[in-house]
Ligand binder design. Structure first.
Ligand SMILES: Cc1cc2nc3c(=O)[nH]c(=O)nc-3n(C[C@H](O)[C@H](O)[C@H](O)COP(=O)(O)OP(=O)(O)OC[C@H]3O[C@@H](n4cnc5c(N)ncnc54)[C@H](O)[C@@H]3O)c2cc1C
Length: 416
C-alpha cells in the first residue's frame, strides 16, 4: 500500500501578541495553519489587561466608519466589513464571554474584568496548538528564498508568512514602542508621522493644584488657526498641568496634529452647554436682583463650582469677589457670562506616550491590500492593528479595529 503524503502546513509567524496578534493567530490556526506568536514582553496581551480601566471596553454596538480616523477610510471600511462589531460579539460569546452594553453602546465583559478577554484568547490559542514565544523582540525580518527569517537578539524563527501586529508607541510600560514600524520601514513601507492621541492636554493658563480634581460637564471647542475645528461635550477634568476627561481625549488627536503643523491651537470651554448666552445672562440678572446686598461670590453659589469661583472671577477681571452684587456693573456681568460660555485656553502640548491610549499615524495603509492586509511591496507579509495608520475614537473602537484587522490578516495569510 502506498503511504499517503502528508501536506506540510503553512507556518505563519505573528509578530506581537496583543489584541490584533491574538486574533490573527486564532483565525489563522482555525484555517489549519501552523502558527507561532513572537512577543517581546514576558507574556502576551499586557495592554488588553489595562483597557477600559481594567474592564476592557472590547467593542461598541454603534460602531461605524465615522468612529475612525486615518488617511484612507475606504481601507478601514473594507476591513471592518469583513469582521464588524456583531462578529466580535459572536466570537467572544462563542468563547464563553458574556457581555453587557453600557452608555453610548460601549461593550464590556459581564465579569467586569479585562482578564476574562485575555484568558479566553489564551485558552483558544492553546487549544489550537498555537506556539507562543515570549521575550522575542523582533528587530529584523528578511526574505530567504520563499521563507522569512525573523531575528531577535537571542534567536530566530523561520516562517512562510508573517503578520506584523506590534501595535503603536502609546503606553510603553505595556509594550508600546515603534520597533514594528521600523521593521516595516526597513522593508520599504512608508510611515505617516506618529504622535500621541487619546491623551490629556497641557493648557495655558492652568491652575495647578488649585483646580486639580475639579470635574464639570462642559462643551469643548477646538479652535485651530482661528477657525472652529471640532466640538465635544461631556465630563472635563481639571488636572495639575491642564485638562483631561473623555471630550479632551477625543480632541487631543486634532490638537496634537495642529501643533505638529505649527498652527495656533486653542480650546474654548462652555461651562453651560445646555443654556444659550441669553439664558445664562437672565439667570445672572435674576439672582443679582434677588440678592442685591449679598457678596458677589455668595450670590454665585449654586451656579458655579465653589473651587472654580475665584478663578472665574479672576478671569473675568473682577478684582474684588467679595463686593456687593449691587456694585457689580453690567459690563462686569457680561464679562462673567463670557468666561462661563467661552473660557479660552491655549493648548501648549499634551502628556507623553506614557499617558496616551493610542498612536496616531503609523505605517501607510496605501502599501497594503484593503481586502487581505497583505503588503503590496513584500508578498507574504501582512500587518494589522495599531501599527497601521488607523485609529478609532474612545469607546471600544480601537479594539474593534484590532479584532477586525487581526481577523482579516489571519484569514488571508492562511489562505493565500
Ligand atoms: C490604558 C489604555 C486603555 C485602553 N482602553 C481601551 C478600551 O477600553 N477600548 C479600546 O477599544 N481601546 C482601548 N485602548 C487602545 C487599545 O488597547 C489598542 O488600540 C489595542 O490594544 C491595539 O492592539 P494591537 O494588537 O494593534 O497592539 P497592542 O495591543 O499594543 O499589542 C502589540 C503587541 O506587540 C508587542 N510588540 C511590540 N513590538 C514588538 C516586537 N518588535 N517584537 C515582538 N513583539 C512586539 C507588544 O509588546 C504588544 O504585546 C487602550 C489603550 C491603553 C494604553
Amino acid at each position: 500500500m502506498r503511504a499517503k503524503k502528508k501536506l506540510k502546513k503553512v507556518h505563519i509567524a505573528i509578530v506581537g501578541g496583543g489584541a490584533a496578534g491574538m486574533m490573527a493567530a486564532i483565525t489563522a490556526a482555525r484555517q489549519g495553519a501552523r502558527v507561532t506568536v513572537l512577543e517581546r514582553q514576558d507574556r502576551v496581551g499586557k495592554k488588553i489587561l489595562a483597557t477600559g480601566n481594567g474592564r476592557c471596553n472590547l467593542t461598541n454596538v454603534n460602531c461605524s466608519i465615522d468612529n475612525f480616523r486615518g488617511a484612507d477610510l475606504y481601507f478601514v471600511r473594507m476591513v471592518l466589513n469583513q469582521f464588524p462589531a456583531t462578529k466580535t460579539l459572536e466570537f467572544f460569546n462563542a468563547l464563553g464571554v458574556c457581555t453587557q452594553v453600557e452608555d453610548e453602546g460601549r461593550v464590556f465583559p459581564l465579569t467586569g474584568q479585562a482578564s476574562t478577554v485575555l484568558d479566553v484568547l489564551r485558552f483558544e490559542t492553546e487549544r489550537l496548538g498555537v506556539a507562543i514565544r515570549v521575550q522575542a523582540n523582533i528587530e529584523n525580518i528578511s526574505r530567504q528564498g520563499y521563507s522569512f527569517i525573523l531575528r531577535w537578539p537571542e534567536g530566530e524563527e523561520q516562517a512562510d508568512r508573517v503578520v506584523v501586529t506590534t501595535g503603536g508607541k502609546a503606553a510603553p510600560h505595556l509594550g508600546g514602542n515603534e520597533s514594528g514600524i521600523e521593521v516595516l520601514k526597513k522593508m520599504g513601507h512608508t510611515v505617516v508621522p506618529i504622535f500621541p492621541a487619546l491623551v490629556p492636554l497641557k493648557v495655558n493658563p492652568h491652575f495647578g493644584s488649585k483646580l486639580k480634581g475639579v470635574k464639570v460637564i462642559a462643551g469643548a471647542l477646538l479652535d485651530i488657526s482661528g477657525k472652529p475645528a471640532v466640538k465635544e461635550e461631556g465630563e472635563i477634568l481639571f488636572t495639575e498641568y491642564g485638562l483631561s476627561g473623555p471630550p479632551i481625549l477625543q480632541l487631543s488627536r486634532i490638537a496634537n496634529r495642529g501643533r505638529l503643523e505649527d498652527q495656533p491651537v486653542f480650546l474654548v470651554l462652555d461651562l453651560f452647554p445646555f443654556w444659550s448666552a441669553e439664558q445664562l445672562m437672565s439667570n445672572l440678572d435674576q439672582r443679582f436682583s434677588f440678592w442685591p446686598e449679598t457678596a458677589l461670590d455668595v450670590a454665585l453659589i449654586g451656579l458655579i463650582h465653589k473651587r472654580l469661583m475665584p478663578i472665574i472671577l479672576h478671569e473675568a477681571k473682577i478684582a474684588e469677589p467679595r463686593k456687593l452684587v449691587s456694585q457689580v456693573s453690567q459690563e462686569e456681568r457680561i464679562r462673567i457670562a463670557t468666561v462661563l460660555k467661552h473660557w479660552t485656553f491655549e493648548v501648549t502640548g499634551s502628556l507623553s506616550w506614557k499617558e496616551a491610549q493610542v498612536m496616531a499615524g503609523g505605517v501607510c495603509t496605501r502599501d497594503f491590500s484593503a481586502q487581505t492586509l497583505e503588503s503590496h511591496l513584500v508578498k507574504g507579509l501582512f500587518a494589522a492593528g495599531e501599527v497601521l495608520d488607523v485609529i478609532g475614537d474612545s469607546g471600544g473602537f480601537n479594539l474593534q479595529w484590532a479584532w477586525s484587522s487581526g481577523y482579516v490578516a489571519g484569514l488571508h495569510s492562511a489562505q493565500t
